[in-house]
Design a protein around this ligand. Structure first.
Ligand SMILES: Nc1ncnc2c1ncn2[C@@H]1O[C@H](COP(=O)(O)OP(=O)(O)OP(=O)(O)O)[C@@H](O)[C@H]1O
Ligand SMILES: [Mg+2]
Length: 371
């Protein structure tokens, strides 16, 4: 079991110094635009992932006019209390510790406090470029599998080296093909590993996401005759399904040299979604897109729970927008009642939170950030 009991934020975004206690499993967070609801969720995200969900640059999270920040969370994992601290020093150096043990490699922390966040911009996973969907897969698999995360780190490092070598071929006019083949070898191992893991994982995961979509979209009321059935499908596509990565690198060598970048590999993988056999993002309404996003995230939550033996922390930022009443009820039923993990839900209106949380008949806490 995983719980976050309290958090303290010092010089983090709009929080100069604030401590907040969480004393129920379900926590509603309310307040007007700009009060710091999303920032609070991001602080929790920091403690789970050692970094922000929204920016790669740690310094952006320091309160304006200050030189560093400090976040501290009191967690409980399998009935054992744990204190996680993330400090960004004045020097720009970041430190992360659990029970005063500093991590040498932050990647070691990933997956220790599994967490799933759903934020408004996440709709990009459905509508944006393929890199959004790869990031979704990678965030999930990295929490499940430390080997995968290490392979990903290695892959990206070697990929960059290979791309700069390809660029240097054009710059210098000389081609060091033996160095290229050394890098190819270094790239093949993590690349093939990432592919195998994605493929194996997605075989079970994508059908679960589809089921969650059906659950969210299911209607107890009669739909107008004009509304069509929602037949959605999800596929994993990768060139590596057709040929081994080593073969692909060989096959595409002259193309890569000409284009000065690596044109094949798992950095080109894609998750494809369809609605009634058409590309999902062209066909789907805003509410349907949002439903598919939730379906993916709920399947992520379930996969983490199955692997860890306890539910991840779930953070829902502004999820009520654009969802009809029925879908909101279905979603909350799934995340608050059928799931036993901790849930943080933000909304601008505390009344709307109360209105939606009360019928669930589960204890919940309301935090109004204006107070
Ligand atoms: N580095 C920073 N230093 C100080 N304030 C910051 C910093 N970064 C963001 N903010 C402030 O944080 C506020 C935004 O907070 P946040 O995004 O958490 O609001 P919110 O409650 O989620 O609002 P909304 O309902 O619009 O989503 C803004 O007022 C912004 O100026
Ligand atoms: Mg917000």
């Amino acid at each position: 079991m995983l719980r976050l009991y309290s958090i303290s934020l010092v010089q983090f975004k709009n929080y100069q110094n604030r401590s907040i206690q969480f004393n129920e499993r379900i926590v509603g967070i309310s307040g007007p635009n700009g009060i710091g609801k999303t920032n609070l969720l991001d602080a929790i995200h920091y403690l789970c992932f050692t970094k922000s969900y929204f920016t790669r640059i740690d310094g952006n999270n320091i309160s304006q006019g200050y030189d560093g920040f400090r976040l501290e969370g009191q967690f409980e994992v399998w009935d054992k209390p744990e204190k996680a601290i993330c400090i960004l020093r004045e020097t720009g150096k970041k430190e992360f510790s659990v029970n005063d043990q500093l991590y040498e490699k932050f990647s070691r922390h990933i997956g220790h406090y599994p967490c799933v966040i759903i934020a408004p911009d996440d709709i990009q996973i459905i509508t944006g470029g393929s890199e959004e969907r790869r990031r979704f897969m990678d965030t999930l698999l990295s929490q499940l599998d430390a080997v995968y995360l290490q392979q990903l780190i290695n892959y990206n490092k070697v990929l960059q080296q290979r791309n700069s070598l390809l660029r240097s071929f054009a710059d210098t006019g000389s081609k060091d093909l033996s160095l290229l083949s050394v890098l190819d070898e270094q790239l093949v191992k993590p690349g093939q590993g990432i592919f195998e893991r994605r493929k194996e994982f997605l075989i079970a995961f994508l059908p679960r996401a589809k089921q969650f979509y059906i659950e969210i979209a299911k209607s107890t009321s009669r739909r107008p005759a004009s509304s069509t059935a929602e037949n959605i499908n999800l596929f994993y596509t990768s060139e590596l399904l057709q040929a081994s990565f080593a073969e692909l690198l060989n096959l595409n060598q002259s193309k890569d040299i000409m284009l000065m970048r690596t044109t094949s590999g798992v950095h080109k993988d894609e998750l494809e979604f369809t609605l009634n056999e058409q590309p999902f993002k062209n066909m789907a309404s805003q509410g349907q897109r949002k439903s598919l996003l939730f379906a993916l995230k709920l399947a992520e939550m379930e996969a983490l729970k199955n692997e860890k033996g306890f539910a991840p922390i779930l953070m829902l930022d502004d999820v009520f927008e654009k969802l009809d009443e029925e879908r909101i009820v279905n979603l909350l039923q799934t995340v608050c009642v059928e799931n036993d993990g901790q849930v943080f839900i933000t909304d601008t209106s505390s009344e709307r939170l109360v209105q939606h949380l009360t019928p669930l008949k589960k204890p919940f806490q309301l935090i109004d950030l204006t107070n």
